[in-house]
Design a binder for this molecule. Structure first.
Ligand SMILES: NC(=O)c1ccc[n+]([C@@H]2O[C@H](COP(=O)([O-])OP(=O)(O)OC[C@H]3O[C@@H](n4cnc5c(N)ncnc54)[C@H](O)[C@@H]3O)[C@@H](O)[C@H]2O)c1
Ligand SMILES: O=P(O)(O)OC[C@H](O)CO
Length: 318
């Protein structure tokens, strides 16, 4: 199976580097100048500096060429995916489309699989998610991910595994994509806690209650509990809430300490907080932490008001 990675951000580039160990891979960048720069330097200096691009990795901005592969990894920010699929649906239909994005589409309230199935009904959709920083994957550090798909999973699992990238498979696409999306919102909240100097005990409480609300929404939408407890849910929640490598966590830290944050950095949890809050309202699921983060991101609430509101909620059973 030939592979192409569509989207030359940090994650797409890291996956392309890792997958090049087991066969030829094409990396597609939407800007011709970016593709030319990477091909000349053998490095993605804009998004993943310091990682060299192997010879087995071909780079281009020609989507017709890249999308000739059977397996296409979609590695762009979640809020871009709907427009990308709509613009290129005829080229993408019939392929195996593996979403590598973590989020909920704000315009439709849908995850990547529903977006793919709506735009490209002849495609087979999959989700690759779990605890993994691009820099770690690119350095060849051991990483375990979840591959969620209802189509030909063992073959795809084998093709996307490398000596350092270990994939576990599931058919629970809803659970895998919601775990990966919702943990980003809780990671922003964990960053707020640390940025506001509320302490590690508060962060542990926040992560636990955050996991409870992630699970409430995901189970209501059809996810399986074991998926939420696995790599794509609990595993990624732990990584993202405890590492300063996480952009969602660092964005939260900046909110909590009232310091500036570069708006050009991809922070998936910001839009997903609002999308998840709206899903919660629609399905009658209480999501107090998510609602608080949506309000903080929208500058509708101060950090101290958000903390007071969470601490003054009615006492209840765990
Ligand atoms: N960086 C990580 O460690 C990591 C790990 C796991 C998952 N992810 C997920 O991968 C996705 C991408 O994140 P990233 O870290 O690569 O982001 P990034 O900010 O490094 O790069 C985003 C890339 O997407 C490209 N892009 C933007 N809009 C596009 C469009 N309409 N069409 C094609 N390309 C477009 C940009 O040019 C850029 O190269 C996110 O959903 C993120 O949650 C990232
Ligand atoms: O840097 P973040 O916060 O987007 O997190 C990256 C990955 O999702 C961690 O698994």
């Amino acid at each position: 199976m030939k592979i192409a990675v569509l989207g030359a951000g940090a994650f797409g580039t890291a996956l392309a580097i890792s997958l090049s160990q087991t066969g030829p891979v094409a990396l597609w960048a939407r800007e011709a100048s970016h593709a030319a720069e990477m091909a000349a330097r053998r490095e993605n200096a804009r998004r993943l500096p310091g990682a060299s691009l192997p010879e087995a990795l071909s780079i281009s901005s020609d989507l017709a060429r890249a999308s000739a592969a059977e397996v296409l990894l979609l590695a762009m920010p979640m809020q871009q995916m709907g427009a990308f699929l709509a613009a290129h649906r005829t080229r993408l239909d019939g392929k195996i489309l593996v979403s590598c994005s973590k989020g909920i589409d704000l315009a439709t309230g849908q995850g990547p699989v529903a977006l793919i199935e709506a735009a490209c009904p002849g495609a087979r959709a999959a989700v690759l998610t779990g605890p993994s920083f691009a820099a770690d994957i690119a350095r060849g550090l051991p990483t375990a991910l979840t591959l969620a798909t209802r189509a030909d999973a063992p073959n795809l699992q084998a093709r996307l595994s490398t000596p350092t990238l270990r994939l576990y498979r599931t058919t629970d696409t809803v659970g895998a994509e919601l775990g990966g999306a919702l943990k980003n919102v809780i990671a922003i909240a964990a960053g707020v806690v640390i940025g506001a100097k509320l302490g590690d005990s508060a962060r542990a409480a926040l992560m636990t209650r955050g996991f409870a609300e992630m699970s409430r929404l995901a189970l209501k939408l059809g996810a399986r509990p074991e998926t939420l407890a696995g790599l794509s849910g609990f595993g990624d929640l732990v990584l993202t809430c405890t590492s300063a490598q996480s952009r969602n966590f660092r964005f939260g830290q900046a909110l909590g300490s009232d310091t500036a944050f570069d708006a050009a950095i991809t922070v998936e949890g910001a839009a997903t907080a609002r999308a998840a809050m709206e899903l919660g309202l629609r399905h009658g699921i209480e999501m107090p932490i998510t609602a608080m983060i949506a309000a903080l991101v929208g500058r509708e609430l101060s950090v101290s008001d958000a903390v007071s509101a969470l601490l003054s909620r009615p006492l209840k059973e765990e």
